[in-house]
Design a protein around this ligand. Sequence first.
Ligand SMILES: [Zn+2]
Length: 149
Amino acid sequence: MGSDWTGSESPGDDWDRRLEALGRSSFRRRFRLDARHQAYLQRAGLAKVLEHGRRFIRQRLAPASPPDDGRQTPWRGHPIFVAQHATATCCRKCLSEWHQMAAGSALTDAQVDGVLRLIEAWLRRQAAEPAAAGTRQKTLPFFFPDAEI
Ligand SMILES: [Zn+2]
């Protein structure tokens, strides 16, 4: 964890606590990276994946009233999407319910950073675990914004 952390005195502990709380939700706990998502994370690297994450969060989550809120985050296709559902950072409703980031006003830079830190913490944990089985994903489109990676 870097020294550029914003928004909490003890960020490491704070995110650990949040991840633990999320892990007690049977819905949130279902989300795991399968082999394909793991391989992509490995190949692209965490920094690149988080860069995509920042773009997704800014475009789909940060506006005061994102279009189609609640449905703007695909279930799969990028490690960030899976992480967003696992960490309840998928839509403004979940952000409000789980992370006290009120809907109706644009996310601040610090809030965007916070969302990304939580996603990063989740991705780091997932990367340390064996990939989940993911046979159901074979027939689905697999979307990455930068196809060359
Ligand atoms: Zn949501």
